[in-house]
Structure formats: C-alpha cells, structure tokens
Design a protein around this ligand. Sequence first.
Ligand code: LLP
Length: 380
Amino acid sequence: MMDFPVELFRGADTPFYYYNLELLRQTLSCIKSSIPASNFKVHYAMKANANPVILEQINDAGLGIDAVSGGEIKAAISAGFDPQKIVFAGVGKTDAEIIYGINTGISAFNVESLPELEVISEIATSLNKTANVAIRVNPNIDAHTHHYITTGLAENKFGINLEQLDSVIEKCNALTGVELIGLHFHIGSQITDNTPFAVLCERINSLQNELEAKGVRLKTINVGGGLGIDYDNPDENPIPDFKSYFEVFSKNLNLRPGQELHFELGRSIVAQCGSLITKVLYVKKGTTKQFAIVDAGMTDLIRPALYQAYHKIDNLSSNGVLEKYDVVGPICESSDVFQEDAVLPQVRRGDLLALRSAGAYGEIMASQYNLRRLPGSIAK
Ligand code: LLP
C-alpha cells in the first residue's frame, strides 16, 4: 500500500484530498523522459484537477495547459503558466471568455462549430487581433470506454463532422479574424488499450493527405487526452505507461516536417497521486450486510455515483481481520455508495479510509449539495 503520512492527517478536518507530490513529480518526470521528440508538446487538461499546489508542480515541469473555461485560463495564468502554452477548448465558449482568451494571448482556440468560428473571428476583428484556431474534428472512433466519457463518435455534441470539415476550412480562410493553425481531436477518456489511438493516427494520416492535396498546411496536430490509469491496482501501477502511449503516435502518425504534435492529458497525470481521506462515522449491521458509513459522500467524489466508477479503498487505521462492508456516504441519495462488498481490515468508528486514484475528476467535481462544506486538501 502507498505510504500515507497519517501523522499529518491527525486533527485535519475530514474528508479531505491528500496529494502525494512525490508521485506527481515522478509521473511528470516519466512523461518528460518518455517524450520521443521535441515536437511532442504535452498540455495538462486542467479540468482534471485545478488545485493550485498541483498546478504549481505541473508548471514547474514545463507542461502547457488545456483550458475549457475562462476560469481555467485565469487559474493557469495565476499559477504562472505562459499564455503561449494555453489552448482553449469547449463547445460553448461565451463572448466574455473569447474576449478574455484573445486579450490574454493564449496560443489557440480549439473550435467546435461553424457559428463559434464566426463569433471568434468577429470578436478578434473588433479587437484588431487575429485568433489562432484549431478545428476540433470528430473522427468517429469508438474509444471503448464508458458512454458518458466517450466523445469521438459521430452523434456526439463535440467537434465538427468529417463531412463538414472542408467548408469550415474554407470559412477559416475567408474570415479575417482567425488563422487556422491546426486540427484537434479527442476520442474519449480512461482509454486503457492503445488500439483506438492507433486508429486515430490512421484517420489523421488520411485526413492530412487529403488536406495537403488541397494546399492546406497545418502547424499543429492535437490528439487530445484520454490515456487511462489502473484503478484496480494503484500500488502496482502508480504511473501509466507513457512510453508506449507516445510510441503509438511516433510509430503511426505521419507528421510533416516542422509540425508539432500536442497532447491534452488530464487523468493520467494526476489521478494516482490523489486520495480522498474520509473518517468512519458508524459501522451499522444490517440483516445480511454491514455498512461503513463515512463522512465523505458523493459531494466529495462523485465518480462512483455518476459513472459506477471503482475506487480502491484502503483502511489506514486497522490491520484487523478482513470483513465485507458497503462503504457509503451520508448524502440523502441511494447512489451515494462508494463501494459495495468492499473487503477491508475490520472497520471501527474513527478509522481513516483512503479512496484511491481520486486525483483526477475528484476534488474539482465536488459540490455543496446538502449544504456540505467542500473538501479541503493536504499535499506533501
Ligand atoms: N481534451 C479534451 C478535449 C477533453 O474533453 C478531455 C476530457 C481531455 C482532453 C482530458 O482527458 P483525460 O486525459 O483526462 O482522459 N469526469 C470524467 C472524465 C471526463 C473527461 C472529459 N474530457 C471522469 O471522472 O471520468
């Protein structure tokens, strides 16, 4: 089991997120050493976790940012990221966010529709600027992941369909406020088999050939994020296999001379370094089951309730005999269950449990439902 600094946890208000910064640094240095060429650029998808302590480490490692709101751009700037390393994605950018992005000098907008392209051009023109845009193409690839987090299928709200791509490129050339710099793709999240990424490379290759024949030259190809992590074995596999992941692209993607390849990785960077630490309030015996009722709920970590996601649970306070528990939160919703039939060393009131692999899409998705306080965090 990961070493938890339990002495630091004494007296802290539970539930809270614990971030193992050493693991985060190791993960970031693994990314650095796995990058096969200097034209591979990794952006951190900030939507996974925007805790300032995490952002500081990621900025120190020299990564860029993939932002999806004005709020995220602002957080990136205050964490010290260079605007020139920020890309801005999202299907519903507001006028205020577009103005802010242009004035901040971000490197590119990932554009998801024709009307959005027109608005960006109009706003940029009115500010006497030109906005760099990458067109998000929907490559119609099944990423074989949970249907709530697959994004690259044709009937999805994201991106521009392949059939409409030509007309959107023409529009880019016709509009005065935008400059087309690249194409952007993202096929889904928590992808644990590299095959869909190889398929994506093939799609991009044929698309580039077609576009090149029409005289379209692109400075960047952005393949999004999606690399999955091992939720079942966080101790055995604390760092994803970045090397094999990047290799899929260096082997299968035909980049043009001078072309940059961008990535937007979220989960794979921050998931394993974070755990939600919660205190057991009551152990309740049912007729056939026993329940460990903890002070964290779906408001602190919504992934199990929302996606039936599994987070391994460790009991940090006991070496007792193994028993089965349904680990449940205090919220008035029957989906507020972290795990059914979790096998844990005997659980008593006051024990601390760690819900593992919660560094991505954990703290950032917390809510105040039931007027609960938002979880705090401890990083070491
Ligand atoms: N780029 C784009 C355009 C995205 O939509 C996403 C994630 C990423 C990059 C980062 O993907 P990652 O490397 O983290 O897989 N809340 C869900 C995950 C939603 C992912 C949304 N988009 C969860 O808890 O599983």
